[in-house]
Design a protein around this ligand. Structure first.
Ligand code: SAH
Length: 287
C-alpha cells in the first residue's frame, strides 16, 4: 500500500512511509494547488482519512486515494469552528482505530495555525506524527502579488504578526515601540478586524503614516485581489473597498517593489509601472 507514492521514477527511500495509526500534519499552502509539496502529494495519495481546515483549497482533495474519508474541521456558514480540543480528540480516535490520518492545514501548519498545539496533543496521546511544512500565506501570498518578503535595499528583518490573540482582541503581548523600530517590514495575518487599532499603535510608535501597505486577499487564488494603500489609510481603504478575509497585510517599502514585480499583471500584457520603485538610481550612476 505504501508503494503507491506518486513518483515511482524517483529513488526509493525518498518517500517516507505513512503507516497506519500515524497522523501526518501537512501544510497545503495558501491556495493554488500547485503550491502543495511533493511530500504533501505523497501523503494525500496514501491517507485513509483526511481532516482539513477552512482555507484549504478543496481542489487539493481531488488527489486523495479513492475511498479515503474526508472530514471538514473548519468554520462554515457562520457556525463556530469545532473546539481545538475536539479536533485533536478526533485525530487521536481516527489514528487509534488504524487509519493513516492526514491533518491538512492551510499555509504552513506551524505558522498561526495551531498545528503546534495539535501536534503536542497527539504526541502526549502516544500517536506517532510526521510534519510536512507548507508555503505560508505571509510569504507565498506576497510573492504572488509581486512583493518580496525581504529585499537587500529595504529590510534585514521581517516580522510576522497575528492580528488578534487568543481572546480575539488585538494582540496584547507586542512591544509596539520595539516592533516599529526594529522591523522595516511587518506581515500580518488575520489582521483585517483590528487593523485600525494596529495601525494606530504603529503610528503612535513612530511609523510613518505614508508608509506603503499592501492588502493581499485570496492570495494565489483566481480571485486574488491586491489593494495598495498606506499605513494611515489602510483601515478605511479596506472598508471602502469591501475587502474580506482571508488577507495578508504587508507594511513596508518592499510593497513598492510590486511596481516592478507584479508578474501576474505583466503576464496579462501590462507593462511594469516603474523600473526603479525604490528610487535608488535617481541620484546614483546607473551605468
Ligand atoms: N497557517 C496559515 C495561516 C493560518 S491563519 C499559513 O501559514 O498561511 C489564517 C490567516 O492566514 C488568514 O486570516 C490570512 O491572514 C492568512 N491567509 C491564509 N490563506 C490566505 C490566502 N489565500 N490569502 C490571503 N491570506 C491568507
Amino acid at each position: 500500500m505504501s508503494e503507491t507514492h506518486p513518483f515511482p521514477d524517483l529513488p526509493t527511500g525518498t518517500w517516507p512511509a505513512f503507516p497506519e495509526g500515524m497522523v501526518w500534519l501537512l501544510g497545503a499552502g495558501p491556495g493554488d494547488p500547485g503550491l502543495l509539496t511533493l511530500h504533501g502529494l505523497n501523503a494525500l495519495r496514501q491517507a485513509d482519512a483526511i481532516v482539513y481546515d477552512a482555507l484549504v483549497d478543496e481542489r487539493i482533495l481531488e488527489w486523495r486515494k479513492p475511498g479515503a474519508r474526508v472530514e471538514y474541521a473548519g468554520k462554515r456558514g457562520g457556525k463556530p469552528s469545532p473546539k481545538q480540543r475536539s479536533i485533536s480528540l478526533r485525530l487521536i480516535e481516527l489514528a487509534q482505530s488504524g487509519h493513516r490520518v492526514l491533518r491538512l492545514k492551510g499555509g504552513d501548519p506551524f505558522v498561526f495555525g495551531r498545528g503546534g498545539e495539535e501536534a503536542q496533543t497527539l504526541v502526549q496521546a502516544g500517536v506517532p506524527i510526521r510534519v510536512t511544512p507548507g508555503i505560508t500565506a505571509g510569504i507565498g501570498g506576497l510573492a504572488y502579488a509581486g512583493i518580496p518578503a525581504t529585499h537587500r535595499d529595504v529590510n534585514q528583518a521581517v516580522t510576522f504578526l497575528t492580528g488578534h490573540d487568543q481572546s480575539g482582541l488585538a494582540p496584547s503581548a507586542i512591544n509596539w515601540e520595539a516592533l516599529a523600530q526594529s522591523s522595516p517590514v511587518i506581515v500580518m495575518y488575520m489582521a483585517i478586524k483590528h487593523l485600525a487599532q494596529i495601525t494606530a499603535k504603529l503610528i503612535a510608535a513612530g511609523r510613518d503614516p505614508s508608509e506603503p501597505v499592501a492588502v493581499v486577499s485570496n492570495a494565489t487564488l483566481p480571485d486574488m485581489s491586491v489593494l495598495e494603500t498606506t499605513l494611515g489609510s489602510a483601515a478605511t481603504a479596506i472598508a471602502a473597498n469591501g475587502i474580506e478575509p482571508p488577507a495578508v497585510i504587508c507594511i513596508g517599502r518592499t510593497v513598492l517593489l510590486r511596481q516592478t514585480l507584479d508578474w501576474a499583471a505583466q503576464l496579462q500584457g501590462e507593462p511594469p509601472r516603474s523600473l526603479d520603485p525604490l528610487g535608488l538610481n535617481d541620484t546614483a550612476e546607473s551605468a
